[in-house]
Structure formats: structure tokens, C-alpha cells
Design a protein around this ligand. Structure first.
Ligand code: IPE
Ligand code: IPE
Ligand code: MG
Length: 255
């Protein structure tokens, strides 16, 4: 079992962000550097997911979003796509019981229509089993793209307008947020990207409006709880102003 987590107030007082999101990048370069096949890099990446999820739970992070497969990753060779699909299945099959025992709620965001039925069934099983857990919300972005997500939200809002259920003048930022895959999830406070790349690659485009961005050169399979703590320390050195002149009072931002 995981060590008990800090209470929400103790975690906040210790500077632990409420929502951390990670662009897990660099699996193939990690493998290439060791002259290993790339699937070993992806496999080690899953090990890092397990370690970091546990560390996040024990530190008292409430929401952890992990970018596992982008809507653009379909452009990779078919065998690599199939390895990545297989790893999501393996992760759910192997880790779901332990995540559930430790009070983790699992949610997968991204398009499901292009996924194989067996993956969709596993995703639904994971979400249903863990729906009432609230120690840590683990959100896995899989077949996710921020532009697709916003486009789908716009389409759904337009349908409500067309059906006469929504007045266009009543559409607010909250309306848009409520139609995203992340409805109900507070915006990330901290977005970390590993592997030295400095871009969002279509991750949480709407939700990242006021996130602090931390980039580290470490490849994802080498990312460790120590590195996570370093990124959080960097986050705590930042002044979050949210457009105002004085430093904002809250380290967790708006909900
Ligand atoms: C991250 O590692 C995993 C996914 C994007 C699925 P990469 O596979 O992108 O590895 P690099 O960035 O090419 O080293
Ligand atoms: C972003 O990594 C997607 C994930 C981490 C799942 P990529 O490796 O696909 O991004 P680019 O191609 O370098 O922008
Ligand atoms: Mg990459």
C-alpha cells in the first residue's frame, strides 16, 4: 500500500500544486542512447508512470494528468502505434487493482472512436471501478489533442444552440470548459515536459492558460520522484500573477 497522503491543506501549505500535468517525452531517445529497441523505451516509460503516480499520491497532489498518446501519434509506424496501445492495456490490466486499493480515480481523456473495442472496454472498466475514489485523480490523455477537444466542445455547444436549449449570448468561458473532456477538473497549476523539447504538442491548450511550464532535459523513463520534487520547487519559485500586478494569494489558482 502507498504511504498515507498529506491532507489537502497540509499539501497546499507545503507548496504542492493541486494539479500537475506531464508531457512524458523522450522514450525513444532514452532507448536509442542505450542501443535498445524503442519498445523497451516505451516499456520503461510505463514503469515511470507507476512510480510517479505513486509519488504524486503520497505527496498529496490531487490531480495528475499524463499525456500518453497524442492525436498526432497515429502518424508513427503501425508497429509502434500497436506497442503503445498494448502498453495502455497492460498498464490497466496490471495496475488497476492497486490504483483502486490506493484510492485513485482513473479517467481517460481523448477520442475513443478510433480505439479498438477491447481498449475502450478496459478504459470503461477502469473508470467505473474507480469512479468513487478521491485520493488522487489520475487523468490519462490518450488519443488526445487539444485542438480536437476544443473542436468537439464547439460542435456540442452549437448543437445545443441549434436545438434551442442554449442562448448564444449565454455562452461563457465556463460553458466552454464544461464541454471539454476535462469538465470538472481544475486547470493544471504546473505542466512539466521531459526530454528537453519546449512545446505543448497539442496538450491541454485551453486548460494551460495560466499553468507554469517547467522543462527538464531528463528523458521520461529516467524521470523520478526526486525530479518531480525539483519541478515543484521550481514551480514554487515562480510568481503566479494571473494578469494582476501583485503576486496572487493562492498557489493553486482559480478552480
Ligand atoms: C514519449 O516518447 C512517448 C510518446 C510520445 C508516445 P517518444 O516516443 O516521443 O520518444 P522521443 O521523444 O522520440 O525520444
Ligand atoms: C507529445 O510527444 C505526445 C506525448 C508525450 C504523448 P511527441 O514526441 O509526440 O511530440 P512532438 O512530436 O515531439 O511534438
Ligand atoms: Mg517525443
Amino acid at each position: 500500500m502507498w504511504a498515507p497522503d498529506q491532507s489537502a491543506s497540509a499539501a497546499e501549505a507545503a507548496g504542492v500544486p493541486r494539479h500537475v500535468a506531464i508531457i512524458m517525452d523522450g522514450n525513444r531517445r532514452w532507448a536509442a542512447r542505450r542501443m535498445l529497441p524503442r519498445q523497451i523505451g516505451h516499456r520503461q516509460g510505463v514503469e515511470a508512470v507507476r512510480v510517479i503516480t505513486r509519488a504524486a499520491g503520497e505527496m498529496g497532489i490531487r490531480y495528475l494528468t499524463l499525456y500518453g498518446f497524442s492525436s498526432e501519434n497515429w502518424n508513427r509506424p503501425a508497429d509502434e502505434v500497436s506497442d503503445l496501445m498494448g502498453l495502455l492495456k497492460l498498464f490497466i490490466r496490471r495496475d488497476l487493482a492497486e490504483l483502486h486499493q490506493n484510492g485513485v480515480q482513473v479517467r481517460i481523456i481523448g477520442g475513443r472512436e478510433d480505439l479498438e473495442p477491447d481498449i475502450v472496454a478496459l478504459i470503461e472498466e477502469a473508470e467505473t471501478l474507480t469512479r468513487n475514489n478521491d485520493r488522487l485523480k489520475l487523468i490519462i490523455a490518450f488519443n488526445y489533442g487539444g485542438q480536437n477537444e476544443i473542436t468537439s466542445a464547439v460542435r456540442r455547444i452549437a448543437r445545443e444552440v441549434k436545438a434551442g436549449r442554449l442562448d448564444p449570448e449565454a455562452i461563457s468561458q465556463e460553458t466552454v470548459a464544461a464541454h471539454l473532456d476535462t469538465a470538472g477538473v481544475p486547470d493544471p497549476d504546473l505542466i512539466i515536459r521531459t526530454s528537453g523539447e519546449k512545446r505543448l504538442s497539442n496538450f491541454l491548450l485551453w486548460q494551460s492558460a495560466y499553468a507554469e511550464l517547467v522543462f527538464t532535459d531528463v528523458y521520461w523513463p529516467d524521470f523520478s520522484p526526486e525530479r518531480l520534487k525539483e519541478a515543484i520547487a521550481e514551480f514554487n519559485r515562480r510568481d503566479r500573477r494571473f494578469g494582476a500586478t501583485a503576486p496572487a494569494q493562492s498557489s493553486t489558482g482559480k478552480s
